[in-house]
Design a protein around this ligand. Structure first.
Ligand SMILES: [Zn+2]
Length: 391
């Protein structure tokens, strides 16, 4: 995509439902009812639609799996009164890892994310069920109305305290905190309803955490390039979504007793590292990595590295080719990594690594930074940070 149109697309995105929410709260959502005559969301979407279509391509060819899943999910939606949506799945070919929805039912997936989902219908279901839910719940309208209500209440306060500049500053802080909380809650709700939607359509709810861990693994080291990376990871969502996840799993098992024959097939391997700990034992450091394992029949490989897989941190004179995040470097330990296989004998297994004080003479003092979990084919399932050493 040329630079000008990419900039234009960025501008358009501010109209779509994207919440860059960092605030976290367990408070219930302020109820923002949508008045029956409210149509600004649909009008805005109609105005933007030609531009969005011009900036994207239909989900055909290599993205056909996505379209198939999209149709299956839509078939599960009940007929309800309210606006009629013009459902369409589009791909934005910019290599990024986002997905978003326009209020009229245009769902856009950026090509980096589309390629990450690839042929996995279950991963597509995790992406699309969330976006479809945003549209059906009219979250764009809810966010708009909530923002307006905040601005109105702020105007009153500022008028009441004209002589206090700090009051209006503190107030705008609070406004964005409130907005962040509201957006955060919209995201949780979209996940919650999305889990049920995908389960009913025949995609195991485990594809949702699998997707979140894959995305988290992509965001290593670099500032969040993806909107998904701005979202909290599954470990944090877990607490909020625990009940919904169990309910969706039960619903899936009821409707699809033969998992392998469901549209999404067997549930994916969900293996990831929880908060690792590092402690000094003699002249060595001991890194303990508590693993959470679901649906694992074989083994996974845990890799501790200095530097992420994205940034190749091999010394320049290394004879080996750069190691890709794939099976090619399997069974071959590079100087900047340690590897260990685990079969996860229980859903919670701890893997321990002994780390020398400096890992490599060619890069003295370099730190072990990243933990990767690889499946049997060497594909990355999850990533975590090595805690920093106390000096
Ligand atoms: Zn969302």
């Amino acid at each position: 995509m040329e630079a000008g149109s990419a900039t234009f697309l960025r501008l358009l995105l501010s109209f779509l439902l994207i919440c860059l929410a960092s605030a976290y709260s367990q408070q219930p959502l302020d109820s923002a009812e949508i008045p029956p005559n409210f149509a600004l969301d649909m009008q805005t979407a109609a105005r933007l639609r030609p531009e969005l279509l011009a900036q994207s391509v239909p989900a055909t060819g290599r993205y056909a799996a996505g379209r198939l899943v999209f149709e299956r999910l839509l078939a599960q939606l009940p007929n309800s009164p309210g606006p009629k949506f013009a459902w369409q799945l589009r791909i934005v070919e910019d290599g990024e890892l986002n997905a978003y929805a326009s209020p009229d039912g245009t769902v856009l997936v950026e090509s980096g994310l589309a390629q990450l989902a690839g042929a996995s219908t279950g991963l597509w279901a995790a992406i699309l069920s969330h976006e479809i839910t945003h549209v059906v719940r009219r979250d764009w309208a809810r966010r708009y109305l909530y923002q307006r209500s905040l601005e109105n209440s702020r105007a009153t306060i500022v008028l009441g305290d004209p002589g206090l500049p700090s009051a209006s500053w503190a107030d705008s802080e609070k406004l964005s905190a409130d907005m962040g909380r509201f957006c955060r809650q919209l995201e949780i709700e979209a996940d919650r309803n999305g889990l049920v939607l995908m389960a009913r359509a025949g995609y195991h709810p485990d594809f949702m955490p699998a997707l979140h861990h894959l995305l988290h693994a992509q965001s290593s080291g670099t500032p969040a390039k993806s909107l998904y990376a701005m979202h909290p990871c599954w470990e944090e969502r877990d607490r909020e979504l625990g009940r919904a996840y169990v309910d969706a799993s039960l619903e899936f098992e009821r409707l699809w007793p033969a998992w392998y024959a469901s549209p999404g097939g067997n549930p994916p391997i969900v293996v990831f590292a929880e908060q690792p700990t590092l402690k000094k034992v003699g002249s060595q450091w001991e890194l303990q990595i508590p693993m959470r394992c679901q649906n694992l029949a074989g083994a996974v490989e845990v890799v501790v590295r200095s530097g992420s897989l994205q940034e190749n941190s091999l010394p320049p004179d290394a004879a080996d080719p750069p190691d890709p995040p794939s099976a090619k470097s399997r069974n071959r330990q590079l100087p900047n990594e340690l590897r260990q296989l685990t079969g996860c004998t229980s859903p919670r297994t701890t893997v321990t690594f002994e780390l020398a004080d400096t890992h490599s003479r060619s890069k003295p003092g370099a730190e072990w930074t990243d933990i990767y979990v690889l499946d049997a084919w060497g594909a990355v399932l999850a990533r975590a940070d090595v805690p920093r050493r106390a000096r």
